[in-house]
Design a protein around this ligand. Structure first.
Ligand SMILES: CC(C)(COP(=O)(O)OP(=O)(O)OC[C@H]1O[C@@H](n2cnc3c(N)ncnc32)[C@H](O)[C@@H]1OP(=O)(O)O)[C@@H](O)C(=O)NCCC(=O)NCCS
Length: 160
């Protein structure tokens, strides 16, 4: 289920942001004690920010944000998809199902928007997920000490 975040998700957010496994290709985790101190009691909410819940408990996060600062002109100003899941939920198809649902939500909320996605090429799970969701390569580039992949998903055609 996709839903808004709430105070009950704080512990899962800390687990997600402090996990070395989750941040292998994302520049490393944040220290757990810093997160315990600094994360607000009620996580920030905005349209396009989803908690992914399984039986009520948070297993991941999906973000659809306008890439106002993207370094590549092809991505600048476009809606950008990001996803983070707790390792215990990996490999079950939840990421593919949840991201597809979030992209459907976007197609209703903002019809005709292409979506971009940036990921390290070494992040094989993320690359596979991007392909499954219909993203195709725009370009590869070097940043943050690694090869990155910019993919784009064309807007879903509106019938009738
Ligand atoms: C990337 C991530 C969301 C994938 O989650 P997941 O639960 O494994 O995804 P799914 O189960 O929906 O699988 C999607 C596809 O990727 C494949 N896959 C997952 N991990 C893989 C890996 N390490 N190597 C190769 N393929 C992999 C799955 O087999 C599946 O493809 P298939 O249906 O053809 O078998 C998860 O690993 C994650 O949260 N990683 C940390 C955060 C991160 O790196 N995010 C990317 C930010 S850009």
């Amino acid at each position: 289920m996709l839903r808004e975040s709430g105070p009950r998700d704080r512990a899962a957010f800390i687990e997600l942001l402090a996990s070395p496994e989750v941040h292998t290709y994302l520049g490393g985790p944040r220290p757990r004690d810093e997160l315990e101190r600094e994360l607000p009691g009620a996580p920030e909410r905005w349209p396009g920010s989803f908690v992914v819940a399984l039986d009520g408990s948070m297993i991941g996060q999906i973000l659809l944000r306008r890439a106002t600062e993207h370094r590549l002109p092809a991505a600048k100003g476009k809606v950008d998809l990001g996803y983070l899941f707790l390792p215990r939920a990996w490999g079950c198809g939840y990421a593919a199902e949840a991201c597809a649902a979030a992209l459907d939500w976007l197609a209703d909320a903002l019809p005709g928007e292409p979506v971009v996605l940036t990921t390290q090429t070494a992040n094989l799970g993320s690359m596979r997920l991007a392909a499954k969701l219909g993203f195709t390569e725009v370009e590869r580039f070097e940043a943050w000490g690694a090869e990155q992949w910019l993919g784009m998903r064309p807007p879903v055609a509106v019938s009738g």
